[in-house]
Design a protein around this ligand. Structure first.
Ligand code: SAH
Length: 290
């Protein structure tokens, strides 16, 4: 029988309070395995989501998506486009929301202009992989200090995300239940409120161009939705109106005359003078809290 070992208790901050997870007394290897799965279960419970373990979901489906998109190394083009947009915004302190295994973080780390890079993910296992792939424990202290990895869900308000210059949200929203999107919008655009947000999502119209993707299917088993350009642009325009951000759209990857590019990107810039309308207050002018 395993006992709870208080030395191995771990607490993590959530928007609505602290969660405590106790890990059983066991060998280090078993402890690590347990810790991972308990963290994920606890997070899933706290999220009250009817979704399976976020770690499992990511692992099984990510490879399939990679295989479909590999031919044009879309992933690299996407990261290049996101880094360029972040750089153009003049951001120094940036969030990578839904950072996964840290590919964008790795690209940002190479550019000294980014003084602080914070990766956030709901999947604890992805964060562990990011930590390994980025070789955080081998980095020189000056480099190491630029990076922080946080375990958390983007559908809960989180004070740790306040006060940044920019946030990247790369191929994340389509992994959220459609019903949670409204909560995410407020967490990011109302509470965390970075000056710029660079957000990408698949362009569903382009799916007809993937030979290996059966008609009508989405690119990744965990995608809850994939949007056409019209759908994405009307969602982003809604953000502009409700939260006071200007928005522009850019295609990423080879652009087809009819169906567009495989990835669609929106760049939001806070417009401080905007008077906006939210469901909670009638009319409100957003002010930066920093
Ligand atoms: N941005 C990365 C990973 C994209 S995959 C890249 O481009 O490579 C989507 C990621 O979003 C996964 O790592 C998943 O765990 C994370 N994610 C999904 N829902 C989330 C939520 N509610 N809060 C935080 N992360 C979430």
């Amino acid at each position: 029988m395993l006992h709870k070992n208080p030395a191995r208790a771990q607490s993590f901050e959530l928007a609505f309070g602290q969660a405590h997870v106790f890990y059983p007394d066991a060998t280090d290897e078993r402890y690590l395995r347990h810790r991972r799965s308990l963290m994920s279960q606890a997070m899933a419970q706290l999220m009250e989501e009817d979704t399976p373990d976020p770690d499992e979901v990511q692992e099984t489906a990510a490879e399939e998506e990679w295989a479909i998109e590999e031919r044009i190394s879309l992933n690299e083009q996407r990261i290049g486009a996101v880094v360029a947009a972040l750089r153009a915004s003049g951001a120094k302190r940036v969030l990578d929301l839904g950072c996964g295994e840290g590919k964008l973080i790795s690209a940002l780390l190479k550019d000294r202009d980014f003084s602080e890079i914070v990766g956030v993910d709901v999947s604890y296992r992805s964060l562990e992989k990011a930590q390994d792939k980025l070789r955080l424990d081998q980095l020189a202290p000056a480099q190491r200090e630029r990076i922080k990895l946080l375990h958390g869900s983007l559908i809960y308000r989180d004070k740790r995300l306040n006060g940044y210059d920019a946030a990247a949200v790369v191929e994340v929203i389509e992994h959220m239940d459609f019903a949670r999107l409204a909560a995410f919008e407020r967490v990011l655009f109302e509470f965390a409120r970075p000056k710029s947000v660079v957000l990408t999502t698949p362009n569903a119209e382009y799916n007809v161009k993937w030979e290996s993707l059966p008609a009508g299917k989405m690119r990744h088993r965990d995608h809850r939705f994939e949007w056409t350009r019209d759908q994405f642009q009307s969602w982003a325009t809604g953000i502009r109106e409700r939260f006071g951000y200007d928005v522009r759209f850019l295609p990423v990857g080879p652009e087809d005359a009819i169906v567009g590019a495989p990835t669609q990107m929106a760049v939001f810039e806070e417009n401080e003078t905007y008077t906006t309308h939210t469901s909670h207050t009638s009319y409100k002018t957003y002010k930066r809290n920093s």
